[in-house]
Write a protein that binds this ligand. Structure first.
Ligand SMILES: NC(=O)C1=CN([C@@H]2O[C@H](COP(=O)(O)OP(=O)(O)OC[C@H]3O[C@@H](n4cnc5c(N)ncnc54)[C@H](O)[C@@H]3O)[C@@H](O)[C@H]2O)C=CC1
Ligand SMILES: O=C(O)C1=N[C@H](C(=O)O)C[C@H](O)C1
Length: 274
């Protein structure tokens, strides 16, 4: 079940669920206004009924009874992700959260205290997850290796993205251990089209959906520079990774795994990404 199929990521993920030959629950939680105004949304020819927040408990009971292998997927908004996770946790359902932002500590604590199975990660794209893991491995093995270097981070996303990239924040945390700590406020957020096209090289057709990240490290004397970059156009890479996460989580539930909360590095490590 994908919440919300009205959103860009939710829709792309629901399509990936169908492409993978899995059963898409034809219901999707969404914001109150869309549920009333739109009613339902088509995903690969399947009409998906939109459920407003005040109707979701009744719908959840129906869905739980009808779909025993249920895994929920959340791609909503930073402003609602905590409320959604509280709701999933209260209902004891396994869930994958790709939504960024919100209070991340509370999100983890709510999932943990309810004993839910969950995959929670700001980045679902296999190769970007591998890069994220590599930076953390580097940090664990060579702490302080870049002490004294200056770190500059720029991330460019579609204009509607309100929060700072969750991926950038995760990678900045590894850079902190490598000796170049910076604050979230130091991450440059690019959201305007001219800068995205002229400076960052975002193709015009991807202004509405892209994620271009650059991490630049410069030595104190300016003689040495490292630049790490990952530039993604579109949403397929995340949608496919999310399906991998849902399949991984369903396996963990059926195995009654003792560990219940995972991130995408766990999914990648177990060889569960196609
Ligand atoms: N983990 C990953 O790899 C990725 C994460 N994201 C994150 O996913 C989130 C969604 O991104 P987009 O799809 O681009 O945003 P979007 O703005 O296109 O979609 C958000 C959807 O949430 C719906 N919504 C609002 N209130 C709701 C509620 N109470 N319950 C259910 N749905 C509600 C809205 O109606 C809208 O359709 C963002 O946090 C973004 O950063 C995006 C791409 C990849
Ligand atoms: O909103 C997006 O688009 C993305 N969000 C995630 C993030 O905040 O890091 C992942 C990717 O950057 C796309």
């Amino acid at each position: 079940m994908v919440n919300s199929c009205t959103g860009k990521m939710g829709h792309a993920t629901a399509e990936a669920v169908v492409r993978a030959g899995l059963q898409l629950v034809p219901l999707s939680f969404t914001g109150a206004s869309e549920a009333v105004a739109v009613g339902n949304v088509g995903v690969a020819g399947i009409p998906v009924e939109l459920i407003a927040p005040e109707e979701r408990q009744a719908a959840m009971e129906r869905v739980k009874a009808q779909y025993p292998g249920l895994v929920l997927i959340d791609f909503t908004l930073p402003s609602v992700v905590n409320d959604n996770v509280e709701f999933y946790a209260h209902n004891g359902v396994p869930f994958v959260v790709g939504t960024t932002g919100g209070d991340r500590e509370k999100l983890l604590a709510d999932a943990q205290s309810a004993g839910c199975y969950a995959v929670i990660a700001p980045q679902m794209g296999k190769q970007v997850v591998a890069f994220q893991a590599a930076m953390e491995i580097l940090a664990q093995n060579f702490p302080g290796a870049f002490s004294g270097y200056k770190l500059e981070v720029t991330e460019s996303h579609q204009r509607q993205k309100a929060d700072t990239s969750g991926t950038a924040k995760a990678i900045v945390s590894s850079f902190g251990k490598l000796g170049t700590p910076i604050q979230e406020a130091d991450i440059e957020k690019v959201r305007d089209a001219p800068t995205q096209m002229d400076r960052m090289g975002v193709p015009e057709e991807h202004l509405g959906g892209h994620a271009f990240h650059t991490y630049r490290l410069t030595s104190p004397d300016g003689d040495v520079e490292f630049v790490f970059q990952h530039n993604v156009c579109g949403r397929t890479i995340y949608a496919e990774g999310t399906v991998d996460a849902a399949l991984f989580l369903a396996k963990k539930v059926s195995q009654k795994s003792e560990k219940r909360i995972f991130d995408m590095i766990d999914v990648l490590r177990e060889g569960s990404m196609r």
